[in-house]
Every structure is written in C-alpha cells, then in structure tokens.
Ligand binder design. Structure first.
Ligand SMILES: [Zn+2]
Length: 198
C-alpha cells in the first residue's frame, strides 16, 4: 500500500515537472535576447497557435492562428518594440453561442528602458534591470491578442449581408427567451405585490 502511494507521488511529481518544463520551453521561444543586438531594427516572427494559448489561464482564447511580427528598434538608452498582429482567434459568438473564427488585426508599441525605475510605468513603458539580457514577450503578445478581440463577438455577415450564426441555435434560444418571459416569476410577483402595498 505504502509502495503504491510512493509510486503515485513520484508519478505526480514527474508529471508536474514535465508540465512545468513544457510550459517553460514554450514560453522561452518568446525570449528576445536584446543585449547582443546592434543598434537599429531587428525583426522577429511568431506563429501563435493552440499550444501558445494553453500556456495562459483565463480562458478568453483557447485556440487561434495569429501571426505576430515583432520589430525591435534598439537605441542607445531605449528600445521600442512594435507588435504587428494579424490572424484569427476561436471565440464564442455572443448571439448564437457557437464557436467561430474572429479575425483580428492590431499594432501595438512598447517602450523598454534599462536601469532603475526613474518614473512610474505608463501602460506602454517597461523597466528592465541592466543585468537583464533578454525580454520575454509571450505575456505581452497574449494581452495584445485579447485586446484586439472586439467587445461584441458575433459571427461575421456573409457577402450578402446575412448573418452566418447557427440558425438552429438562434431558434432554440429565441424559444427559450419567449418561454422565460411567459412563465411567471414568483420573486417578481412578490415584489410587485410589495410595491402595490407601498
Ligand atoms: Zn453566431
């Protein structure tokens, strides 16, 4: 019995480390080693897919295909990172609740300064220690992808301007909403009685 529990503990530890190592190796693909780079522009291309999204909790996006082109403009005391994002992310439609590929496109910019923090970070300024030699851009890319998703997520219209939502789901949802409205809600009735007595 004891042997069995030791065996399972070892397996669990191994599994945890394997997952951790996998996570580290995926994120480490997004390290930009700026220290050795010359002054000027440098371009890095990334193809983002399901494996990338699996690294991030939150569940906003779990799948997609996004091309991210990062241009680093290295200057003597400042670095400017441009992020050009283009592709699709698989998200849930607000109208029919089915998944669909939402096209996204955006351009973002981040300033990176080396040294001790001299003034407060803005939304677009990061301070890194002079001992650092690289910047991991995976978190930034994830946040920029999330920001590029429109607030209202619905299936795009076809070329004739008709909705491409799942008609069966729309019908089911409409029936459900109508039924909900027709059914009397006891809480609501009590509230109405209370207001009548006021
Ligand atoms: Zn839809």
């Amino acid at each position: 019995m004891l042997k069995k529990s030791i065996y399972f503990s070892c397996l669990l530890i191994f599994y945890t480390f394997a997952k951790l190592f996998q996570a580290m190796s995926i994120r480490s693909n997004y390290n930009i080693a700026f220290k050795g780079l010359s002054i000027g522009k440098h371009v890095f291309d990334y193809e983002i897919d399901r494996k990338f999204f699996a690294e991030f909790d939150g569940g906003v996006v779990e799948d997609g295909n996004v091309n991210v082109c990062v241009t680093l403009d290295k200057q003597s005391s400042l670095m400017v990172f441009w992020f050009d994002l283009k592709g699709t992310v698989n998200v849930q439609c607000d109208r029919c609740l089915e998944m669909y590929d939402q096209p996204i496109k955006s351009k973002e910019r981040i300033f990176v300064r080396l040294g001790e923090k001299e003034f407060t970070d803005g939304d677009d300024l990061i301070w890194v220690s002079t001992n650092d030699y690289q910047l991991n851009v995976s978190q930034l890319i994830y946040e920029f992808i999330c920001l590029a998703i429109p607030i209202k997520k619905v299936h795009p219209d076809d070329e004739n301007g008709n909705s491409t939502c799942d008609p069966e789901m729309i019908e089911k949802l409409n029936n459900y909403i109508v039924r909900e409205d027709n059914e009397s809600n006891p809480v609501w009735n009590d509230l109405m009685k209370f207001l009548d007595n006021e």
